[in-house]
Design a protein around this ligand. Structure first.
Ligand code: GTP
Length: 408
């Protein structure tokens, strides 16, 4: 064999020599090789710049026949390099271990507060400015500055009902308030009561902890799921996302990109597959692989005649069928810039499927951050997270003390 190869090479070299321009051919071959190498290096650099986090993807979901009886048509994130995988589960009930990539990366507390303050800057500027203005030429509360305070709260989108409650409390305590500083302290104290009057998010007690995420289109649901997955990964949890918004191919693609960036696995079926089947299969994969957190994305609008709430109820039932007691949370994503519209959506979803907590996004882009107080007061639902920017780290666990401090 080696002999044949050597003979072939010798004959090829001799025939090249016979042509008289063999040097040019070898030179051109080498130049072509160099060019290919150069293009490959540039391509790799560009890829690394675009998706720095995508190189540490988590393991995709299982690919065997789905529980819904369909052939496995998952289109998943390709598997990671072996050393980057989420550790495979041990026997049922065994503790799961995060992959090396899932080492907790605690965000710096100082920068969290800074980001919150920066995000709420517009609301703070408007609210604090108006409250200051109300006492510009006096140091007592009267009808005129009470009206200005009321206007300031309504402009910040605290909502009519909550504003009227706060105004009533200010009037009842008018003797203590003679300037903007005292008013701020009093309002902080009253807002604190609103938040403390609401049940706190339930602790994570079961594995997998299943979170169903709902909300109308455009509120930032996909982005929020990516950021949420990132938060969980930072806590060292293994995360599996179910792409149950199957009515838009773009939604699955977008979610897949966010999953890659957050280093989470994803289960996605073909477009128009029954979303309840995707949810069922995701929970099944989560159980079989001892994943800590399962996040189910859902549609915000349907292109068919199926009623959205009926669809969401079906998804919820299908999750519960696979894992009794799940979903453990139904989180509603609301766009804070839509003000009272967000409150209307909260009422609609809560009546329709029973929401357990809220996530308010885009608080950085609005002077109406008071909606957080109003919505919490009206719905008596805990706020789990707030979005204060478009970056991966810009979803923050809601801390009402930090929020109130950033608001004034
Ligand atoms: N400034 C800011 N932008 C945000 C925030 N959260 C989401 N966004 C932006 O809002 C836009 C919509 O976000 P998506 O995640 O695509 O919203 P969606 O609800 O999934 O909407 P569809 O894809 O239409 O279903 C994107 O440009 C996000 O970057 C936030 O907290 N602050």
């Amino acid at each position: 064999m080696l002999q044949h190869l050597t003979d072939f090479c010798r004959r090829f070299y001799q025939s090249l020599q016979a042509t008289g321009w063999y040097k040019e051919i070898i030179g051109a071959g080498l130049a072509l090789l160099l060019l290919i190498l150069l293009i490959d290096i540039i391509r790799r650099r560009k890829k690394a710049e675009k998706w720095p986090a995508a190189e540490t993807r988590a393991d995709p979901a299982q690919t065997e026949e789905t529980s819904s009886g369909q052939p496995a048509d998952f289109h998943e994130i390709p598997g990671p390099e072996p050393e980057q995988e989420i550790e495979q589960p041990g026997p049922a009930g065994a503790e799961t271990h995060p992959s090396p990539a899932a080492e907790p990366v605690a965000p710096e507390p100082a920068s969290l507060m800074d980001r919150l303050k920066t995000g709420l800057g517009k609301t703070r500027k408007s609210l604090a400015g108006r409250l200051e203005q109300a006492f510009a030429d006096k140091n007592v509360l009267d009808r005129q500055n009470m009206e200005e305070i009321e206007e300031a709260l309504i402009t910040a989108d605290v909502g009519m009902d909550t504003t009227m409650k706060l105004i009533g409390r200010i009037e009842a305590n008018a003797a203590q308030i003679s300037g903007p500083e005292q008013l701020r302290t009093f309002l902080k104290q009253e807002m604190r009561k609103v938040f403390e009057n609401v049940a706190q998010p339930a602790p994570v007690a079961e594995t997998p902890h299943v979170v169903m995420v709902v909300g109308v289109n455009g509120v930032g649901k996909t982005t929020t799921i990516g950021k949420l997955a990132f938060q969980y990964r930072c806590q060292g949890a293994g995360v599996l996302i179910g792409a149950a918004d199957t009515f838009r191919a773009a939604a699955v693609e977008q979610l897949t990109i966010w999953a890659q960036r957050a280093d989470a696995a994803i289960v996605a079926h073909r477009e128009n597959t029954d979303p309840a089947a995707v949810a069922f299969d995701t929970v099944e994969a989560g159980i079989s692989r001892s994943i800590d957190r399962v996040i189910i994305d859902t549609a915000g609008r349907l292109h068919t005649k199926v009623n959205l709430m009926e669809q969401l109820k079906k998804i919820k039932r299908s999750i519960g069928k696979k894992l009794p007691g799940a979903p453990h949370e139904v989180l509603l994503v609301l766009d804070a810039t839509t003000g009272q519209n967000a409150l209307a959506q909260a009422k609609m979803f809560h009546e329709g499927i029973g929401v357990t907590g809220l996530i308010l996004t885009k608080l950085d882009g609005t002077a109406r951050g008071g909606i957080v107080v109003g919505i919490c007061d009206a719905m008596k639902l805990p706020i789990h997270y707030i979005g204060v920017g478009e970056a991966m780290e810009d979803l923050q666990p809601f801390d009402h003390e930090a929020f109130i401090d950033a608001l004034f």
